[in-house]
Design a protein around this ligand. Structure first.
Ligand SMILES: Nc1ncnc2c1ncn2[C@@H]1O[C@H](COP(=O)(O)OP(=O)(O)OP(=O)(O)O)[C@@H](O)[C@H]1O
Length: 231
């Protein structure tokens, strides 16, 4: 279980998160929706240890993460698919996947078959450079790399951004598969409402650094939430 409790984040004097609280459970997709610039990426970066928090507390599996840096969090089972994907352009697809090994004990250093079952294109392109892949293929690679780390918490920052519809479907199927396996909690940040609604078990909508609406998927009244996402 991930517990984010009353978290504040500042960039200098500007406050980007104000008292943000949410929980994410194993076997569930928790989605965070919101327009550009409301603080979604800031929240994910705080969870993975890439943004220091100035108030509140983030707890993972009962441990306070305050003093644990991002590499320690990754070893503790937290993997991320960041905005912009952060693929290494000069490394091959295989090498990009193997960067996930760094957080694993030696005996577990293999690429799980399910990565290629979910994203067959990655097997076909193992020897190609990351930078030669299309945006959609890079997104699949970023998810595959996170899966290599055998996470128990997977955070994804707008995985559908700039991606063609057929690959969005593959990504949706992969997220559903990972949720249904029941071994990880998934936090999905999105602006694409329909995609998030179809996948999530619970939702939070952010506006100007705060959570302004939350509920279960059944409570997600389309018009009301959509209204909070349109500019
Ligand atoms: N490194 C930074 N330094 C200063 N301000 C920042 C920094 N990163 C983000 N911000 C500001 O913090 C606020 C929240 O940004 P954030 O990127 O978290 O929003 P977002 O909801 O993820 O938006 P997007 O969908 O565009 O990624 C914005 O006002 C942004 O300009």
């Amino acid at each position: 279980m991930l517990r984010v409790d009353q978290v504040d984040v500042h960039y200098g004097a500007a406050q980007a998160l104000r008292g943000v609280s949410l929980e994410a459970e194993i076997g569930k997709v928790t989605t965070v929706l919101g327009r550009n610039g409301v603080g979604k990426t800031t929240l994910l970066r705080a969870i993975v240890g890439r943004n220091p928090v100035s108030g509140g507390r983030i707890e993972w599996e009962g441990r306070d993460l305050a003093r644990i840096r991002s590499d320690g969090r990754a070893r503790g089972g937290i993997a991320s698919v960041p905005q912009g994907r952060e693929i290494f352009p000069l490394l091959t697809v295989r090498e990009n996947l193997e960067t996930g090994f760094a957080v694993l004990p030696r005996a577990q250093r293999s690429v799980p078959d399910e990565v290629f079952e979910l994203f067959p294109v990655l097997r076909d392109m193992l020897g190609r450079r990351g930078g030669d892949l299309s945006g959609g293929q890079q997104q699949q690679l970023a998810i595959g790399r996170a899966m290599v780390m055998r996470p128990r918490l997977l955070v994804l920052d707008e995985p559908t951004e700039g991606i063609q519809p057929s690959i969005i479907q593959d990504i949706g199927r992969a997220i559903t598969y990972l949720r249904d396996k029941g071994e990880m909690a998934i936090v999905l940040v999105e602006q694409y409402y329909d995609f998030a609604r179809d996948l999530c078990d619970s939702f939070h909508v952010m506006d100007r650094g705060q959570i302004v609406k939350s509920g279960t998927r059944a409570e997600m009244v389309d018009d009301e939430v959509r209204g909070l996402l349109t500019v």
